[in-house]
Design a protein around this ligand. Structure first.
Ligand SMILES: Nc1ncnc2c1ncn2[C@@H]1O[C@H](COP(=O)(O)OP(=O)(O)OP(=O)(O)O)[C@@H](O)[C@H]1O
Ligand SMILES: [Mg+2]
Length: 499
C-alpha cells in the first residue's frame, strides 16, 4: 500500500510518444513534463553528426536528416536481429528505447526528485522477448523496473480511479503501433482482467503509410503526373502525413503542398471521407477483433457497460463512430487518451487497487497426436496453459513417452495457440535424463506456472523414476543482452549527451 514519502512512477514507452507520470501526495497521478516542457515526448531519436548528441522528442521529430532519425522503434522490440546502423555504430531497439527512457528519467527527476524504481507498460500482446527487451531498456537507462504492466490494464486503472468507471469495461486502445482490446470487471477496489487481445502493426503509423499512398494517388489525379519521391523525401512526407491525419480528425477537407522542386510542387486536396475510406480495411479488422474478443468470453456488445478510449488514434472520428455503432452507446474518453496509460502505470506502482490479470499467451509443448478418425499420427502443439487464464496459475498435462529405451526426455516449450507447430514460437526446451531400459508409454507430466509478471516456469516430472526438472522460461537467444553487457552498455549510455 502507499507510503506518503515514496515515489510511485509509471512510464508509457509508446511507439509514437512516451510519457512519465508520478502519484502526487494527494493520491492522484500526474504527468511529469520533460525539460522541453512537453507532457508527451515523441519517441524519436536523432543521432547528431557533429557532437554525437542524441536529440530525443520534438526536436528530433521536426526536421533533421531522416537517415539519422529513428522512429517507431517499439515495432521492432521483438526482433532480435533488427539493428539501426549510424556512423558505423549498431543500435538495437533495446538500446534506442533506453535512450528515450534516459531522457525521461533525467529530465523528470529534476522536477519530482531522483527517479529510480518504475513500472513500465507494454502492449498486452507483447511476447516474452519484447517484454524482456523492455526491462533491459529500463536497466540500461539506470532504472529499476519493478513491474511490466499491460497498457490497457494501466489505462483501466486510471479510468477506474479518476473517472469512477465501474462494471464490465472494454478498453479499446488504438495507439501509434498496436491495437489492444481488454475486457475487465471493475468492482470497488478490485479490477479483474477477463481477456486481453490485440494486434501488432495496427495503429496510427499504419494509417500514415496509407495516407502517403492516398496522397500519391490524389497528386496524380489532380496534377496528371506521378508523385516521385526519393527515400528521404518519402520519410519527410510520412512525417507530414501524421499532421495531415490529425487535422483530418478536426476538418473535413485539408490541402497540402506536395512534391519536390525537381519533380514539381503541387497542391493536393484530401477529404476526411477519402482518408476514412482508405483506412477502412484496418478499421474493419479492429471491429472483427472486437467481435472475436466478445465471442471468446461468450459476451455480446450489450453485456459491456462502458467502452473506454485509449490511444491517440481513437481521436479519428470514424473510430468513435464505429464503436458507437457496435455497442449502441458512445465510448467514454478522458480527453487525454495518450496520457492515461502512463497515469495508470503510476497508480499501478502505488498498488492503489487490487488488479488481477490474465496470461497473454498460450503455452504448450510439441506432442505426437493421433487423429481419432484416421488414426494417423502427427506432431502438434498441445496447449497446457490457454491464453486468458487468470494469473498467477499453474497447469499440468500428462504425456506418454513414444519410444522404447528413451533415456532423454525432451520437452519443447511453445508459445501460441495454433495446433500447427509452424505457427507457434518455440521459446525454450527442457530435458530430463531418465534411467535406461524403459518401454514406451511411460507417463511424463509437464507443468507450467505463470506469474504476475507474465513470466513462465516449466517443470517436467517423470512418474516412474520420480525425477523432475524445473526451469524458468527465459528467452536468451540472439539479441538478448548478457548481464555483463548490460553493465557495460549502461555505463556507455550514461556518458552520452541526451537532450
Ligand atoms: N487527433 C488525432 N487524429 C488522428 N490520429 C491521432 C491524433 N492524435 C494522435 N494521433 C495518432 O495517435 C498515435 C499516437 O498515439 P499514442 O501516443 O497513444 O500511441 P503510442 O502510445 O505511442 O503507441 P502504442 O500504444 O501503439 O505503442 C499516432 O499515430 C498519432 O498520429
Ligand atoms: Mg500507447
Amino acid at each position: 500500500m502507499s507510503d506518503k514519502n515514496a515515489m510511485y512512477v509509471g512510464i508509457d514507452l509508446g511507439t509514437s510518444t512516451s510519457a512519465l507520470a508520478h502519484v502526487r501526495s494527494d493520491g492522484n497521478p500526474e504527468i511529469v513534463p520533460n525539460a522541453d516542457g512537453e507532457r508527451l515526448t515523441p519517441s524519436v531519436v536523432f543521432f547528431d553528426r557533429f557532437e554525437g548528441v542524441k536529440l530525443i522528442g520534438s526536436a528530433a521529430k521536426d526536421g533533421g536528416d531522416p537517415e539519422r532519425t529513428v522512429r517507431h522503434i517499439k515495432k521492432h522490440m521483438d526482433d532480435p536481429s533488427f539493428v539501426v546502423e549510424i556512423d558505423g555504430e549498431k543500435w538495437t531497439p533495446t538500446e534506442i528505447s533506453a535512450l528515450i527512457l534516459s531522457k525521461l528519467r533525467k529530465e523528470c527527476s529534476k522536477i519530482v526528485g531522483n527517479i529510480e524504481e518504475v513500472v513500465i507498460t507494454v502492449p498486452a500482446n507483447f511476447n516474452e522477448l519484447a517484454r524482456k527487451a523492455t526491462v533491459t531498456a529500463g536497466r540500461l537507462a539506470g532504472l529499476k523496473v519493478r513491474r511490466i504492466v499491460n497498457e490497457p490494464t494501466a489505462a483501466a486503472l486510471y479510468y477506474a480511479h479518476t473517472q469512477s468507471v465501474r462494471g464490465r469495461i472494454l478498453v479499446y486502445d488504438l495507439g501509434g503501433g498496436t491495437l489492444d482490446i481488454t475486457i475487465l470487471n471493475v468492482d470497488g477496489d478490485n479490477i479483474d482482467i477477463l481477456l486481453s487481445e490485440g494486434a501488432r502493426h495496427l495503429g496510427g503509423s499504419d494509417f500514415d503509410e496509407i495516407l502517403i499512398d492516398l496522397i500519391g494517388q490524389k497528386y496524380q489525379e489532380q496534377n496528371g503526373r506521378e508523385l516521385i519521391l526519393d527515400a528521404p523525401q518519402r520519410r519527410r512526407l510520412l512525417a507530414l502525413c501524421e499532421d495531415t491525419k490529425k487535422r483530418l480528425s478536426k476538418l473535413n477537407v485539408v490541402s497540402e503542398k506536395i512534391g519536390s522542386e525537381e519533380f514539381g510542387i503541387a497542391e493536393v486536396e484530401l477529404t476526411r471521407d477519402s482518408f476514412e475510406e482508405a483506412i477502412k480495411r484496418l478499421l474493419t479488422r479492429t471491429v472483427m477483433l472486437l467481435e472475436q474478443a466478445l465471442d471468446n468470453l461468450d459476451l455480446t456488445a450489450a453485456d459491456i457497460d462502458h467502452v473506454v478510449l485509449v490511444g491517440g488514434s481513437t481521436r479519428i472520428p470514424k473510430v468513435q463512430e464505429l464503436l458507437t455503432k457496435q455497442f449502441g452507446k458512445a465510448p467514454i474518453s478522458c480527453g487525454n487518451v495518450d496520457e492515461c496509460v502512463a497515469l495508470g502505470a503510476a497508480l499501478f506502482a502505488q498498488r492503489a487497487r487490487r488488479v488481477s490479470e490474465v496470461c497473454n499467451h498460450s503455452y504448450g509443448t510439441l506432442a505426437i497426436i493421433e487423429d481419432a478418425v484416421t488414426g494417423s499420427k502427427s506432431v502438434q502443439n498441445s496447449v497446457v496453459i490457454p491464453k486468458n487464464t487468470p494469473i498467477p496459475c499453474s497447469m499440468s498435462q500428462t504425456y506418454m513417452t513414444s519410444e522404447d529405451n528413451e533415456e532423454l526426455i525432451e520437452v519443447e516449450i511453445t508459445q501460441g495457440e495454433d495446433p500447427d507447430p509452424r505457427y507457434v514460437d518455440i521459446v525454450g526446451k527442457i530435458s530430463l535424463r531418465v534411467p535406461p531400459g524403459r518401454p514406451a508409454g511411460c507417463q511424463v507430466t509437464v507443468t507450467y506456472s505463470y506469474d504476475e509478471n507474465q513470466r513462465v516456469r516449466a517443470q517436467i516430472y517423470d512418474e516412474e523414476s520420480g525425477l523432475k526438472k524445473d526451469v524458468s522460461i527465459e528467452y536468451d537467444g540472439e539479441g538478448v543482452l548478457k548481464e555483463s553487457d548490460i553493465e557495460r552498455k549502461s555505463a556507455y549510455l550514461k556518458q552520452i549527451k541526451i537532450v
